[in-house]
Design a protein around this ligand. Sequence first.
Ligand code: SF4
Length: 367
Amino acid sequence: MVIPMDELDFGPPDYKEMLSPTLEKNYGKWKYHELIKPGIFKHVSETGDEVHTVRTGWPKFAASETINKICDLADKYCEGTMRFSSKHSAEFIVPKEEDVEPLLEDLKELGLPVGGTGNAMHSILMCTGWVHCHTAATDGPGIALALYNELFPYFQRDDLPARLNIATAGCLNMCGAVHCSDIAVLGMHRVPPPVNDESVSKECEIPSLIAACPTYAIKPKMVPQEDGTKLRSIEITAEKCMYCGICYGLCPGLPLANAKNDGVAIWVGGKVSSSREGPAFSRLAIPFIPNNPPKWPEVVAVVKKIVELWEKGARPDERMGEWIDRIGWPAFFELTGIEFTDKHVDDYIFAVRDTNVGVKVRGSEMK
Ligand code: SF4
């Protein structure tokens, strides 16, 4: 029996069922868009229709009461639909131009800031962090708030050299896209998880645990007991562990979080855009700053300094990484006052293999 594809299609409902009449009518027919002012775009369709998109910053968590209020705005101005972008923005797509100003007034009353478009600081991307993630080494939303508090004017300007994407992520699993942002604050664990033999032997599936470790750092171990028996457990080769926490996701006997050793690293120069130099991974600027909640003043100060230097020194359209590449990394370290250390040299034991097999260009060099 052949099962129709639509019956196999699980997951969230089809977004096309939820388009507003204007978006449905103009689906695939948009000709161009332009920036009207910070936070507001105009899209023009082949059909002659125009819509204005109002972009607001959006927090990581929201009360249902707040969500109900913005749904009321979507009913009032946007034919009953709105969208949440993947970059922590809430967008209102307004079919009637005369509704834009009243919507802005209502958003102001709600306390939702409009901005984050064009050559501005876009909404800060963040993961869940300490709120309910078990692998987080830092608090993505907490750092994002601390950064917003200091950098907020950049969100409502559009006169920076280029767009500025800032991201925070609680760990190197990078739910916050820190690998491709202009400035990234990345939670860092620095020691392998301690092994609780009792818990590992009673609560964990050891073969799956061993197979799950991406660096083969886990091997089985029999732990002698006082009564002469042996406990089935594991041991971790510290030099191979990259503190990813995948093992902890499978086994509560390997708690990775460590208040004394956890903190953040600062990365710079990543981008997704293919314009000019093409997409780029973020690169290490500061290997470690201890966690200092709730305001993370050291992190905020260094991010602000980097932004100010880039704003002052970059050419028009030059993203953070392009600016650094042009002036050179030695100049970047000198200007920012960031210390260049041995941690900036990639001596991870699998680095050569990983970059060789992971990057197409380098892979072709492996003969
Ligand atoms: Fe392996 Fe990651 Fe666990 Fe380290 S933290 S042992 S690398 S799974």
